[in-house]
Design a protein around this ligand. Structure first.
Ligand code: ZN
Length: 78
């Protein structure tokens, strides 16, 4: 029955090692820390990420969701 005792000891050691590893504070790799700035389309008001928005060259700070809304905002002929 010594083999059984030895086997049990291995399991205890294994659990102990696992417990020690679980205790270790896991380094949180927050690579997605950059906050996406949201802007709203000046034409329809829909919100979208700044990097996806069409930037108004003439009026800085104004953004559009698409080229269509950008041109439609420029043409105020209805
Ligand atoms: Zn729009």
């Amino acid at each position: 029955m010594r083999a059984l005792l030895f086997f049990g000891l291995i399991i205890v050691i294994f659990l102990l090692i696992r417990w020690l590893f679980n205790r270790r504070p896991t380094p949180e790799s927050n690579a997605v820390s950059d906050t996406k700035q949201m802007v709203s389309c000046d034409y329809c008001g829909i919100h979208l990420p700044k990097e996806e928005a069409i930037k108004d060259a003439e009026n800085p700070g104004q953004y559009y969701c698409s080229d269509k809304h950008y041109s439609q905002s420029k043409n105020h002929t209805g």
